[in-house]
Design a protein around this ligand. Structure first.
Ligand code: ABF
Length: 235
């Protein structure tokens, strides 16, 4: 594969599947995004993983599961998941992550929390010393639509950290806001380097109208990064 980013995604995804999904598993969570496409690709290469029930984190991952001919499940049916593998936008050395660049943060967090083990897969660009320095589009904050203005005001006035910028995420054609799988809007707020992402997460979740935040703190057991030189770095 000549594109190092695609190669990185694939290497990370394949190794995580090989090391974390085994034939004795019953339920596995499937994340969202382009790296997860390789997770499903690898699963489909292994007949011994076909009996597993797969729980999606978005419409996209539901389609990946169905189109692969795998068995689809939900968190309602399976509140305990053996392992969930998902991508990320930025990951720090403590395995805190910014997720939600694809606007799927709510279901991603639900399915990650339900799992005994949560594993991140990404290419080399996602490694970070401090969250907020590599993924500068901001922390994705999913809000109930009628509250987007009031939440933006609260973000400006009620947090211990001053935002650098806050934007309602718009559809690519700019005709309207991005609407999540849950019918909500997303505000992308850039705070700069995050010294204490868990504290920011706690403060954001207290704001009326905030549905979920794309900060995943103290959740991941391991992160796999596919490197430009063809190796895989594991944190
Ligand atoms: C999901 O997909 C998101 O949480 C994250 O925003 C994105 C990562 O995408 P990709 O794998 O395409 O880089 O995991």
């Amino acid at each position: 594969m000549s594109n190092p980013i695609e190669q990185g995604k694939k290497l990370a995804a394949y190794q995580a599947v090989d090391e974390y999904i085994t034939a004795d598993h019953k339920v596995v969570g499937i994340g969202s995004g382009s790296t997860v496409v390789y997770v499903v690709e690898r699963i489909l290469q292994k007949p011994e993983l076909k009996h597993i029930v797969y729980v999606p984190t978005s419409f996209q991952s539901k389609l990946l599961i169905l189109e692969g001919g795998l068995t689809l499940g939900s968190v309602e049916q399976y509140p305990e998941i053996d392992v969930t593998i998902d991508g990320a936008d930025e990951v720090d050395e403590d395995l805190n992550a910014i997720k939600g660049g694809g606007a799927c943060q709510f279901q991603e967090k639900l399915v990650a929390e339900a799992a005994k083990k949560f594993i991140i897969v990404a290419d080399f660009r996602k490694k970070s010393k401090k969250l907020g320095t590599e993924w500068v589009k901001g922390v994705p904050i999913e809000v109930v639509p009628m509250t987007y203005k009031s939440v933006m005001k609260s973000i400006d006035t009620k947090l211990s950290l001053k935002p650098i910028s806050s934007k309602l995420r718009m559809a690519v054609n700019k005709a309207g806001p991005v609407v999540t799988d849950n019918g909500n809007f997303v505000i992308d707020t850039h705070f700069g380097a995050l010294e204490d992402p868990a504290q920011l997460l706690r403060e954001l979740k207290l704001l009326t109208g905030v549905y979920e935040v794309g900060l995943f703190c103290n959740m991941a057991e391991k992160a796999y990064f596919g490197e430009e030189d063809g190796s895989v770095k594991i944190w």
